[in-house]
Design a protein around this ligand. Sequence first.
Ligand code: F6P
Length: 345
Amino acid sequence: MFKVAILTGGGDCPGLNAVIRAVVRRAEFHAFEVMGIRDGWKGLLETEGRTQRLTLESVADILHVGGTILGTSRTNPFKRHNGAEKLLENVAELGIGAIVAVGGEDTLGVAHRLHELGAKVVGVPKTIDNDLSGTDFTFGFDTAVSIATEAIDRIHTTAESHQRVMVVEVMGRHAGWISTYAGLAGGADVILIPEVPVHLDRVCEHLQHRRLMGKSFSIVVVAEGARLASGELPKKSARLGDEFEHERLGGIGQLIAEEVEKRTGFETRVTVLGHIQRGGTPTAHDRVLATRFGVFACDLVAQGHFGKMAALRGAEIVAVPLAEAVSKLKTVDPALYELAKGFFG
Ligand code: F6P
């Protein structure tokens, strides 16, 4: 029986289990055997105890469950001595005919390089940050935006009661998609994103203007990857990088809140949503998108179309080259950000 391996890599994301389930269900149709690989690419480097046969039973009742039944890691085989060679040897030894890699820029970057080395890989685009090229949306993003929007709604009422400035820090390492969407949906008065350096004087002027206009409170939504135009960094910036050389983010919300309070005299509080955005049950939208991606990825394997990623273009699921998906990050459309700015204040 042709053996398809599936792994989930990088930060987890609501909808991963929906993809795993969809691949296993579709594999039945194609008469493939599915092998689950634990802990992302690590599971193909250190295989001991990290492989398991996935059956219809093992993927029952996981559609609505957050996280990933396969576990995940930020392992980069290309950072390990002879890592890629070892991984390919293990793939051959395990009798794996094709790999479905579910991940973002890092995991799919590895998938692309392995494909160039001859591995039969297809990709499924995952990330709450929605910053992967080649696809209009990744699954997980809708859930994260829904959670962040609900949080902003809740913060709205307490901001109003206390007449405070409330800074809400959301995820978004390189791109401010969550910040822009949740900020728009939640009626934020200022939205700050990594793509546009933050001028604190302008933010403060804007908040002061709102006060003058009789608005007693304000909500500022900031992506964790946003940076001040002055170059000042959040205090906790000495953090270890991972195997993809990403530093651990966090602290920009606190820095902005402190500066706003100091410069305007407005009482200011900060809320960091953090991993709440990544955990828990996926929205119906993400379950459907993840399911469509999983089925399509399995079909790509059946057709022998490797080096491709399932992608959403408009309403259609299409195949795009992994090379295109990982070539550059998909940052926020400037026109959308301009539109959002029209609602500031
Ligand atoms: O890649 C998605 C993401 O949510 C980023 O926005 C964030 O910087 C990162 O994951 C944090 O992940 P972790 O805390 O798991 O390293």
